[in-house]
Ligand binder design. Structure first.
Ligand SMILES: Cc1cc2nc3c(=O)[nH]c(=O)nc-3n(C[C@H](O)[C@H](O)[C@H](O)COP(=O)(O)O)c2cc1C
Length: 335
């Protein structure tokens, strides 16, 4: 069987076979099916051997990563499949976003595919089983083929602090999500004074790398505001910034009437914003580029304009698990 795996891993089996089946289902049921596959841990251990993704060792924020390609927050919200996802070849994987209390999220439908643009719109609004469910799963996570970080939601200072102090001992670093466009309470920390207050509280408690995930900006007023958030992160001594969350858009097909755009449709915006954030923070802070990355060339462009690592989500949906190895192998050829 193992002899056959290399051949299987070279076939575009996801695009030819798996994606057409998954895309017959609405996005959320399709994700549930994918989750069932991710739950079969031995499958992904065998996959890792066959895929043979090369190492491109990098040290980022003091973390020795296998490579600079990370799984973006949101795909494994409940931290249930981080071992399987690590076996796809990622340098690091981010679980969550975890909220302090369990929440159902927004009404459905709340995810749309835009196949012509290899993009998605989501208005999930943080469906979460809550902090203690994530804590229990991370405690049991013994097989860690990639570094593990967790994304926590900034909805309230004390709750965010409790998420950090509970989960930080179980992971290599924390990403704080202040930027989901689908969650009303999150806007509170898109104001620099409120954000600085939160960061000072978290900073006093943290012992590991702390990243802040910022929203994109689409006009001059938003640019000013996001840059003031970036400066608050820099002045508060954050480890780094993840650029960026989804772009808010309206779409009547969603129950909420609006959501966040991701995938190819946002790639050029990410490539516009990363160098501007780099210019603002200087060379010391880490920047994780996230938005529409689907190929090694996309990743190389993001790294060339100032990112230290890249993160992917939507390209996993369109290109399947093999996209991770493709990106890393492509980067390895050029490094
Ligand atoms: C269905 C879906 C759910 C997401 N959930 C989260 C989340 O819980 N927390 C978060 O910080 N970002 C979340 N994101 C945003 C992604 O992490 C990422 O910032 C965005 O999708 C852009 O990257 P991409 O184009 O590679 O997908 C979500 C994105 C999608 C498509």
């Amino acid at each position: 069987m193992s002899l056959r795996f290399p051949i299987l891993s070279r076939l575009p089996w996801y695009r030819l076979l798996v994606r057409p089946i998954l895309f017959r289902f609405a996005p959320e049921p399709a994700q549930k099916i994918a989750d069932k596959a991710l739950a079969i841990q031995p499958l992904w251990r065998a996959y890792a051997k066959a895929a043979n993704v090369p190492d491109i060792p990098v040290t980022v924020a003091g973390l020795a990563l296998r490579n600079p390609v990370g799984l973006a927050a949101g795909l494994d919200k409940q931290c249930a499949y981080l071992d399987s996802l690590g076996n796809l070849g990622f340098g690091y994987v981010i679980g969550g976003t975890v909220t302090h209390n369990a929440r159902p999220g927004n009404p459905k439908p709340r995810v749309l595919r835009l196949p012509q643009q290899s993009s998605l719109i989501n208005a999930l609004g943080f469906p979460s089983e809550g902090l203690h469910a994530a804590e229990a799963r991370l405690r049991k996570l013994t097989d860690r083929p990639a570094n593990v970080l967790v994304s926590i939601a900034a909805l309230d200072e004390q709750e965010t602090l409790e998420c950090l102090t509970t989960l930080e001992p179980l992971v290599d670093g924390i990403e704080v999500n202040i930027s989901s466009p689908n969650t009303a309470g999150l806007r509170k920390f898109q104001e620099p004074v409120a954000l600085r207050g939160l960061l000072d509280i978290l900073n006093a408690a943290r012992t590991k790398p702390l990243f802040i995930k910022i929203p994109p900006y689409m006009n001059e007023a938003e640019h000013e505001n996001v840059m003031s958030l970036v400066r608050a992160c820099r002045d508060a001594g954050m480890t780094g910034i993840t650029v960026m969350n989804t772009i808010p858009v309206e779409d009547a097909r969603l129950a909420m009437g609006r959501g966040g755009l991701s995938g190819l449709a946002v790639r050029e915006d990410m490539l516009r914003i990363v160098p501007e954030v780099r210019a603002e923070v200087g060379s010391e802070m880490v920047i994780n580029a996230c938005g529409g990355i689907a190929t090694a060339e996309d990743a190389r462009r993001a790294l060339a304009v100032g990112a230290n690592t890249v993160q992917i989500y939507t390209s996993m949906v369109y290109r399947g698990p093999g996209v991770v190895g493709e990106i890393v192998k492509g980067l390895a050829k050029r490094s």
